[in-house]
Design a protein around this ligand. Structure first.
Ligand code: CO
Length: 171
């Protein structure tokens, strides 16, 4: 049974630590991933990195689909030890938020498309091609594993009042 975990916020030091590589794909990791998915959905967010639930391991979950585009159905990813393997070089600006930095959004330049290399929850190698918002979400989440927050990269950070559109609430 998955359980909700508490999302840590700045300035919690776990958010600034470089997370450890995962080598044990046993029950603890399986519980962590299930809990992260539950916590991401409940928030709600489109991604979550393990340091955000106070676990310094290289694990991310992402769930995203384009509501206006049936070609991009909602899909759930859990990636262990993710890395950006290949990129187009082309960049785009976009608005990001973060569950660990409530009340702020920022304009961040990201690679337009990326290939993510890592392992699935069973330890098997995976490769994911992503572009647009999905690529942005992966880059935001992988940054968390290196202790990097969107506010470090943003050209402009704005305080927001009230509800923020879910599309920009990354994680
Ligand atoms: Co975040």
């Amino acid at each position: 049974m998955a359980e909700l975990r508490k999302i840590v916020t700045v300035p919690d030091p776990v958010l600034r630590r470089k997370a450890h590589k995962v080598s044990d794909f046993g029950p603890d990791l399986q519980h962590l991933i299930d809990d992260m998915v539950e916590t991401m959905r409940e928030a709600p967010g489109v991604g979550l990195a393990a340091p955000q639930v106070d676990v310094s391991l290289r694990v991310i979950v992402v769930e995203f689909g384009d509501e206006d585009d049936e070609e991009v159905p909602k899909k759930l990813y859990a990636v262990v030890n993710p890395e950006i393997a290949r990129t187009s070089g082309e960049t785009v600006m976009g608005t990001e938020g973060c569950l660990s930095i409530p009340g702020f959004v920022g304009e961040v330049e990201r690679l337009k498309s990326v290939t993510i290399k890592g392992q699935n929850r069973r330890g098997q190698p995976v490769r994911i091609k992503a572009d647009g918002w999905l690529a942005r979400i992966f880059q935001h989440e992988i940054d968390h594993l290196d202790g990097v927050l969107f506010t470090d990269r943003a050209t402009q950070v704005t305080k927001v009042e009230g509800e923020v559109e879910q599309a920009i609430l990354m994680d």
